[in-house]
Design a protein around this ligand. Sequence first.
Ligand SMILES: Cc1cc2nc3c(=O)[nH]c(=O)nc-3n(C[C@H](O)[C@H](O)[C@H](O)COP(=O)(O)O)c2cc1C
Length: 318
Amino acid sequence: MKSMYFWSPSVNFKIINGELRIERFNYGKKGAEFFPELYYYTQDGTELSELKERFPENKRAFLNNLIKDLIKKKILVNSILSPKELFYSQKKIFNDDHDEDMRFVKEKLEEFKLLQTERHVVTGDTSYILANTELPPIVEKRCSVREFSSDPVSYSDLSYILSCLKNKPADHTRYYPSAGGLATLDIYVHIKEGRVEGIDAGLYYYDPVLNSLVLADDGKMISSEAHYITNRDIYEGSAFTVYFVYNGQASMPKYGGMAYFYGIMECGIIISLLTAAGEKKGIGNCCIGDMYYEKILPCFKLKDDQVLLHSMEFGKKR
Ligand SMILES: Cc1cc2nc3c(=O)[nH]c(=O)nc-3n(C[C@H](O)[C@H](O)[C@H](O)COP(=O)(O)O)c2cc1C
């Protein structure tokens, strides 16, 4: 574990009526006694022991608890943020004059979707209507699959899909692009009991060098409980899940903070690749944008600067 702690760049604090408010948490007047100094000391990172010594001894008991809580709430952090933590602050800045109901009322959401998918961002007198050509079947037929056949996926079909992620035998490049060729995503695959022929249930790490699945954990902690209600049936019916983990160690030394952004792009590219390979074998998938990652994280045993980004549920099409 790294010992330097930083104030999360996504988090704001305020003092209102003498009380410390950090986002939606209220640390009262006692908390306010440490601000703004605690914020300044942690902006560029500090050891916890050093931080504590900066405040008078008679305040240390409260300070210890405060620091513990700030760490628990990911306000003080010692490794890179998850996408949720990193991006949620953007909502504040976004100029949102939309009807809030849109998120909760089905008809309003459909109306909103139609408006977005039919938008013309640029209009003008000069335009060319493109030829209405036939699309490649993989593109034409692809759609998200949320209900799967209960038939197990064969070993060879799973191999066909995942082998797209292996190292090329001739050199150490891959079959998909990545910033600087650093292939910064680590892939984990959760196989359900009896759902992939010849592979026992468990959470596996996909090793791209050996093109193998290596058991990382029994994966028993992974269940539909970790999913939002709307996604539970998709998870229940799938044969296996692919998890995408961004590994900061693989690309941040070269690209700094932008490496994280490139890693997210790489994730999208791999999603397309796995989808295309699956289409060839009648294996469908559904991307899962978000879930209660904290419920399954312990079984991944991730190192500092590895972050779970995304997952996809796979299974045979009906
Ligand atoms: C980043 C991302 C997150 C998604 N999250 C979910 C999800 O949580 N649940 C779900 O049912 N579909 C999810 N989807 C699938 C979209 O809902 C789907 O692609 C969209 O409705 C268009 O339908 P189609 O894929 O069948 O063309 C996600 C897709 C993407 C790319």
